[in-house]
Every structure is written in C-alpha cells, then in structure tokens.
Write a protein that binds this ligand. Structure first.
Ligand code: SAH
Ligand code: SF4
Length: 365
C-alpha cells in the first residue's frame, strides 16, 4: 500500500520528509499545496525542485477524489458522483441554505449497517474512505463553489456510509477539515451523523473535538426502532441515550436527532409525546425528515398533515425542531437516496483536472 500523503496531518508529513532525508519544511509545503492550492499532481508544486517532484510522484502518489458526474436540481442542490483512486465511486451533495452552502460527504463505499429504509446500505460496504478522501470531497466542493464566489460554510458527514464505522478515517478527515493550514473550518460547523454506535460515540466524546453529533433516532422506543434499524439490537435506546449524555457533558454541543417520518410506522402523535419525554435529559434539536422514497422499500412518506401534527407536539413541549426541506429529491440527492454506483468508473480527465487544479476559496466571498 502506497504512503497516503493526502491523509496525513502536517506533523506526519514533516516526519515523512525527515525519513526521506529531506528538510521538515517540505512537509509543510506539501500540506499547503494539497489543501490550500489543491494541486492535482506534483507538477503543480512549483516551489519544489523538479527532481523532488519526480521522486514524490513515484513514491507518494496523490490519491485525490475526482468529480465524474454533476447533476443539478432546480432548487440549486447539486449531486456529484466522485471517483476514488481505485475506481470506486461515492456521492457528495452541495446544498444551498440561507446561511450559505453546506456539503454532505460520504465516509464509506456503501454501508454495512443496513437500516430498513436507506438506499446506501442496499449493497453492503466495500471499503472505508481514507481521511484524505473524506476531507478532499470538501476541498473539491470549495473549488466548485469558488467558481461562483461562494464557499463551504458547513460540512455534514451524512452521505454514504456510517462515519463511526470508519472511526479513524472520520476523525482524521475532521482534523484535516479543521486544520488552519488545511481547510480551516470550525469544528462547530462540522456535523457527524451516526446510526448510534455507542462505544464509538463514547470515544468521540473524548477527542476534544466539539463537532455536532447528529443521531439517526427515527423512533423513541426499542420496538419501533428495532424494526427500522437492526443496529438497535446491539445498542438499544437506553444505552444510546447514556452515550449521548456523555457526549453532551464533554463537548457541550447540543445533540441533533434525525427523525424521518414514515406513514403509519413512526409518525403517530403518541410517539411524538414519547420522543419528547425521551430527549428531555439534555439540550437537543430535532430534525424531522419526511422519508424520501427508495423504491426497494414498501413505505410511504408521512402526509403533510401528519408531519404537522407530529411537529405540533414537539413545538408545544418547547423542543427545538425543524422540518427538513426535501432538497434534491428529483436527482436522488436527498437523505437516504445516495447509493453506491454499480461498476467501477474511469475518471473523466477534463472535468477532473479542471476542478483539481483550481485554487480553493482563499480569496472567495
Ligand atoms: N450513516 C449515518 C449517516 C448517513 S445517513 C446515519 O445513519 O446517521 C444520513 C441520514 O439520512 C440519516 O439520518 C439517515 O437515517 C437518513 N436517511 C436514510 N434513508 C433515508 C430516507 N430514505 N429518507 C430520509 N432520510 C433517510
Ligand atoms: Fe447506513 Fe446511515 Fe443508511 Fe443506516 S441510514 S444504512 S447507517 S447510511
């Protein structure tokens, strides 16, 4: 396995250079070139002598992500099929909001958790994304948005995959996004979404990284949640809530609950009341998401009146709550509609090179 410089933090790159009998500052130069300039190849690293560039290209191949396909919805949402160095593909989504743009990135090729409502898990998991591949989706988004004078305001690890089933890649990716010489995003603007891997939530609480934790709850009791999410058998709700309490205590970040509404399954008013009682323990925000259709599952989204009735219970109890707009449905870019494209693709060079070589948003809006 080649040395993966894209996943390395500045200190690791400095060590790599030392081991290669080069001065440590070459590591800092490389980090800057990878994340601030987003070089597509060592040819673009003009502060390095030609001989060093040639040696680097042989020893430390750049395993950047490349955009293969871009699809825009009328609401401005853009879905991008991203190619990985080994021909695998994932998807990322750019979403317009009042506060600016967010980007939703993938953390695995497929997903092994297999929730009974989600397209991402249908084909299982092929592999984890590296820290560099996770952060590079954000770098790619910066390049695309910079073309319009915009920049990335928030990042959601909410695309394909279960971030906490790829713990090292996720935490490493968050470090690269946060590093002031990397993408320079505040931890407060980064969100990790999880189906509820309890031991990993406890571990994340100790990382000293105050990212927002979003938990795919989808039901307030084990009976209903167990039907929808097999993971609930391993980590039932009582254990999940204890782990979330720890996360709140350590980070003081309020917990976000994702609750998708499926007609007649988890959208009853009594369940809304049960939800209110369950999440009282510490500050929380609830995102209600009408289920986005995935043809392989037999469900229907909750009708608007039921969404309103569910929401009313939360509002009256003083629970902070939003109903998520269904951005990007027409291009299957909405939550739970992202799936691993079948078949290995060949990166299409023109678009790939153009985007990879474009400087990120340093001077952007
Ligand atoms: N694996 C992580 C993150 C990726 S899924 C997790 O499960 O949290 C991102 C969000 O989309 C989760 O809240 C998930 O439950 C939700 N989701 C999955 N399928 C969906 C669907 N068909 N409609 C709406 N939301 C869905
Ligand atoms: Fe995986 Fe999240 Fe989809 Fe569940 S909802 S199958 S954990 S991506």
């Amino acid at each position: 396995m080649a040395v993966d410089v894209l996943s390395m933090e500045p200190a690791a790159l400095e060590r790599l250079m030392e081991e290669a009998d080069l001065p440590r500052y070459r590591g800092r130069q490389l980090f800057h070139a990878l994340w601030k300039t987003r070089i597509a190849s060592y040819d673009a690293l003009s502060v390095w002598p030609a001989a060093l560039r040639a040696r680097a290209a042989g020893e430390w191949p750049l395993m950047r992500v490349v955009p293969l396909e871009r699809q825009k919805a009328r609401d401005g949402t853009e879905k991008i099929v991203v190619g990985l160095f080994d021909g695998e593909q994932v998807e990322m989504v750019l979403l317009p909001h009042r506060f600016g743009w967010s980007v939703c990135v993938s953390t695995q090729v497929g997903c092994a958790i297999g929730c009974h409502f989600c397209a991402s898990g249908l084909l299982g998991k092929t592999r984890n994304l590296s820290a560099g591949e996770i952060a590079d989706q954000v770098a790619l988004a910066e390049v695309i948005l910079a073309e319009r004078g915009e920049r990335v305001r928030r990042v959601d690890l909410m695309g394909i995959g279960e971030p906490l089933d790829n713990y090292a890649g996720t935490v490493g990716g968050l470090h690269l996004m946060h590093d002031p010489n990397g993408l320079g995003l505040s931890y407060r603007h980064l969100t990790v979404s999880t189906s509820g891997l309890v031991p990993r939530i406890q571990k994340l609480a100790e990382e000293g990284m105050p990212v927002t934790l979003a938990v795919s709850l989808h039901a307030p009791n084990d009976d209903v949640r167990g039907e929808l999410m097999p993971i609930n058998r391993a980590y039932p709700i009582a254990r999940l809530m204890d782990a979330l309490a720890t996360y709140w205590e350590r980070t003081r970040r309020r917990i976000t609950y994702e609750y998708l509404l499926i007609d007649g399954v988890n959208d009853g008013v009594p369940l809304a009341r049960e939800l209110v009682r369950l999440i009282r323990r510490f500050p929380a925000h609830v995102n209600l998401i009408p289920w986005n259709p995935v043809p392989e599952f037999p469900y229907r989204p909750s009708p608007a009146a039921q969404v309103a009735a569910f929401r009313k219970v939360l509002d009256e109890a003083g629970v902070s709550c939003t109903v998520r707009r269904e951005l990007g449905q027409e291009i299957e870019a909405a939550c739970g509609q992202l799936r691993r494209s079948v078949g290995k693709g060949t990166p299409s060079p023109p678009l790939a090179e153009k985007a990879a070589g474009h400087p990120p948003s340093e001077g952007g809006a």
